[in-house]
Design a protein around this ligand. Structure first.
Ligand code: KG4
Ligand code: ZN
Length: 353
């Protein structure tokens, strides 16, 4: 079975082709093969604005979709596509519609079904491509699980009882963690997207100067709920930045130290609250997803924490943490029986898990 996955929820135009081989996936693990994974990034375009500009993104999707599609199906004939998965939300509404309309036109032309996909579920189900499952580990052994999605658009924590059975337990009350990375990077003059830039600088910290060592809060870390708040963290960076002299603000030492501190502040809150949820709900595993899960330090510290707490742990390959069509195709596979009539498929910018 060949599944096409389309995602245009934000600023990347993503189309992938995924092949699924074994009908025995529940018993023996999963046999997926990525035939193509094309992502046309609009980063350069949006960098000028320090964030995503929805109508500009929509126009780019419209332009890019046919080109990306052509590249994605290079190795097969269109008629060999069995199923089309498309993200219907959450995301930027004008962008979502571009992918949906493209998928509908294709479905009509090829006479193939479309499965509407929730972008958040897709960020988690991409973990089913882990080599653990390809080698035969059973996914049922990971449930119940606590899932954490950390991206530019979302920070959500939920309990996963099975594929398709989720219970939201916490989310951000203001900015998502990725947006916090992006906004802090803008304050420090590091460009967009901010996460990778901050991660690189945090890693190569040099010239530690005690007199400028910034100390940031860990917002809501000890509150007895599973919500997050990152807007105050960005404001704390801004206040610290403003009180420094011009010379310090521009120094490499300050930028390195601030990058390290903001990264650690975000990681501390994410790990502490996720592990507390894992303990309270007595789960077997922690599953991560979303662009921020590509952060090396976060991956390392989550792994250590899970080892310490004797929890299983799944995190996508780094290139599959950020938005992509593979995650949409995998999710469509698990919902393949839930076919819907084309007119009923609509964008839902605020779709929940
Ligand atoms: O999942 P994603 O591609 O898009 C959304 O659904 O939002 O996530 C993009 C976000 C951006 O905010 C970016 O700064 C962040 O993921 N990001 C990172 C890293 N790579 C991407 N944040 C921290 N460290 C990274 N290595
Ligand atoms: Zn995403």
């Amino acid at each position: 079975m060949r599944i096409l996955g389309i995602d245009t929820s934000c600023d990347d135009t993503c189309i992938s082709l995924l092949k699924f081989d074994s009908p025995l996936y529940q018993k023996w693990g999963l046999k997926f093969k990525i035939l193509s994974n094309i992502v046309s990034s609009q980063v350069k375009l949006h960098a000028k604005y320090g964030g995503v500009w929805p109508f500009l993104a929509k126009r780019e999707h419209q332009k890019n979709l046919p080109i990306v599609f052509k590249k994605a199906i290079k190795r097969i004939d269109q008629s060999e596509i069995d199923l089309i998965g498309v993200t219907i939300g959450p995301g930027l509404e004008p962008c979502l519609w571009q992918g949906i309309n493209f998928a509908k036109d294709l479905a009509k032309k090829l006479k193939k079904p479309i499965i509407p996909v929730n972008h958040l579920e897709a960020h988690i189900l991409i973990n089913l491509l882990s080599s653990k499952f390809q080698e035969g580990e059973k996914m049922m052994n990971f449930f119940p699980a606590i899932c954490l999605i950390v991206s530019g658009g979302h920070t959500v924590l939920f309990l996963m009882l099975d594929i398709g059975k989720y219970k939201l337990i916490g989310e951000t009350r203001d900015d998502p963690a990725g947006e916090c990375f992006d906004k802090v990077a803008r304050i420090l003059g590091l460009g967009y997207p901010g996460g990778p830039a901050i991660a690189t600088l945090a890693h190569h910290r040099k010239n530690v100067l005690d007199q400028i060592l910034p100390r940031l809060p860990r917002p809501m870390i000890y509150q007895k709920n599973y919500d997050f708040s990152f807007a105050g963290l960005k404001t704390a960076v801004l206040y610290d930045f403003r009180k420094r002299s011009e010379k310090i603000r521009k120094s490499r030492a300050y930028i390195h130290q601030m990058s390290k501190e903001i990264q650690q502040a975000i990681i501390d809150v994410l790990i502490y609250k996720t592990l507390r949820a894992a303990k309270e709900y007595r789960v077997k595993s922690i599953i991560l997803g979303g662009g921020v899960a590509a952060n090396d330090e976060l991956r390392k510290q989550f792994k250590l924490a899970c080892l310490r707490w004797k929890l299983k742990h799944l995190v996508p390959a780094k290139n599959l943490c950020t938005d992509n069509g593979v995650m949409v195709a995998v999710t469509a596979f698990f919902h393949k029986e839930e076919k819907i009539n084309l007119p009923e498929i609509k964008a839902d910018p605020n779709l929940k898990i």
